[in-house]
Ligand binder design. Structure first.
Ligand code: ZN
Length: 137
């Protein structure tokens, strides 16, 4: 594996409008982007902390993954995303090591990144996302 840094931490919130002021006003970090990812049925808000980001996730559909997560567990940390290069190679390598993948092929996530999720049953309980930024290559 060639992990470079924590790309972002994804946090499920009921309402971006209600959650953003905590980060902006209490912690003093401006939200630099709000983006809807239709395929995932979420609206996302991004904050930068050094090389890492915070990604707030608001569900746009109660049947979407974030809608279901909040219904079951309430607001809170939803996933951890690690930056990698050659994401397809990493996925193939993990699969060869019997790690259960949710995505065998990367797909497009927020911010134009190529992303893929690993199954929590292989990671001791956390939803782990790999991401690669191929936009400037
Ligand atoms: Zn993410």
């Amino acid at each position: 594996m060639n992990l470079s840094h924590i790309e972002h931490i994804g946090i499920a919130v009921k309402s971006l409008q209600e959650a953003i002021p905590f980060w902006e006003e209490k912690l003093g970090i401006p939200c630099y982007k709000i983006e809807e990812v239709e395929e995932q049925k979420v609206r996302t808000a991004f904050f930068k902390i050094g090389a890492s980001k915070i990604e707030l996730l608001e569900s746009t559909d109660p049947e979407g993954p974030i809608g279901k997560f909040i219904e079951k567990r309430g607001e809170g940390i939803h996933h951890l995303a690690l930056a990698v290069s050659n994401i397809q190679e990493q996925l193939d390598e993990l699969e060869s090591k019997d790690v259960v993948l949710i995505d065998k092929k990367p797909r497009k996530g927020a911010e134009g990144l190529d992303i893929a999720f690993l199954h929590p049953k292989s990671t001791h309980g956390i939803l782990l996302e790999l991401c690669e930024d191929n936009q400037n290559k």
